[in-house]
Design a protein around this ligand. Sequence first.
Ligand SMILES: [Zn+2]
Length: 177
Amino acid sequence: MKRAFTLTEVLAVIAIATTFAAISYPVFSQVRRSARKSECISNLHQIGVAISMYRSQYDGVEAGTPVEMGLPPGETLFSTVTDGLKCHGTASMGEWPLYSKTWPEPGDDQASQKFWAAFVNRYGSSTVMMFDANHQPSAGPVSVGWQNWTVLGLKLDTSVYAKTHRAFPLTLSWWTQ
Ligand SMILES: [Zn+2]
């Protein structure tokens, strides 16, 4: 005779499966978060190499205004260089592009151009030119407040690092604090 499962056995199996799912979910989501972060570190590095090549074709100077340095305007950068290299982080930054650049546009005011030039003169190739703020260590809603932010930064020398500091990196100075 074929033996059927009793209700108790079925409930026990469901309870065990639910417990296992509850235990493993944070582990899997942690693995997924760390995989997405690795993907972006690689993307940012590739974007950095592309920008470097663009600048050398342009004969850009080591330090100066973005135009003198041969840094591409946002439109050129985001339509060609970062095409296909997108962040799959969970936090949505709304009006910010997934990867943000720190240098001013050619048409921006003189003060921003001078500030950039002075900053690069001081910090050289460790100046962060692009960043990705979509990889907070904990899940949940984010706000542009004074909590700690973990941000991936791409330096002019094409290396990428993660920095955690309070507030959102709205200015270049955030990277030197
Ligand atoms: Zn990302």
